[in-house]
Ligand binder design. Structure first.
Ligand SMILES: Nc1ncnc2c1ncn2[C@@H]1O[C@H](COP(=O)(O)OP(=O)(O)OP(=O)(O)O)[C@@H](O)[C@H]1O
Ligand SMILES: [Mg+2]
Length: 112
C-alpha cells in the first residue's frame, strides 16, 4: 500500500474529486494547509532575499494499493496542470498497514 499526498490549488478540487470517483479510489482526505515550495530554497541562489510567505493550498491524502498508484498519479498530473508556478507537488509514501475500525479488517481488505 502507498499513500499519495498531493498539494493542489483550491480550484482544482472538484475536478480531482470527480476523477478520483471515476477511478474508484478507496477514499481520501482533504485538508486546508499553507505551504511554500521552491522559494524556500532561494536564499542560496539569491542572497538577501526575503523569507517567503505561506500560500493557501489543499492537501489531498489517499491510501491505495500499489498497483493503483500509477493511474492516480497520471490523472493528478493531467488534472491539476496549468503550466504556471505553484501547480503543486505529489509525494508517494509507503504505508505499513490499514485497519477498518468497524470490522477489524486490516491490510488492503481495510481499503476496499
Ligand atoms: N518539499 C516540500 N515539502 C512539503 N510540502 C511541499 C514541498 N514542496 C511543495 N510543497 C507544498 O506544495 C505546495 C505547492 O508547491 P509548488 O507547486 O509551488 O512547488 P514548487 O517546487 O515551488 O514548484 P513550482 O516551481 O512549479 O512552483 C506548496 O505551497 C507546499 O504546500
Ligand atoms: Mg512554487
Amino acid at each position: 500500500m502507498k499513500m499519495i499526498r498531493c498539494y493542489i490549488r483550491h480550484e482544482k478540487l472538484d475536478s480531482v474529486r470527480e476523477k478520483l470517483f471515476e477511478l474508484g479510489v478507496p477514499g481520501l482526505s482533504v485538508a486546508e494547509v499553507r505551504g511554500i515550495g521552491k522559494p524556500m530554497s532561494q536564499l542560496k541562489s539569491a542572497p538577501g532575499s526575503r523569507v517567503p510567505e505561506f500560500m493557501p493550498r489543499l492537501e489531498i491524502s489517499l491510501v491505495l494499493s500499489d498497483d493503483a498508484v500509477e493511474e492516480v498519479v497520471e490523472m493528478l498530473k493531467a488534472t491539476v496542470y496549468t503550466g504556471n508556478l505553484g501547480d503543486g507537488k505529489i509525494f508517494i509514501l509507503p504505508v505499513e498497514d490499514a485497519i477498518r475500525i468497524r470490522t477489524g479488517e486490516s491490510g488492503e481488505q481495510a481499503l476496499y
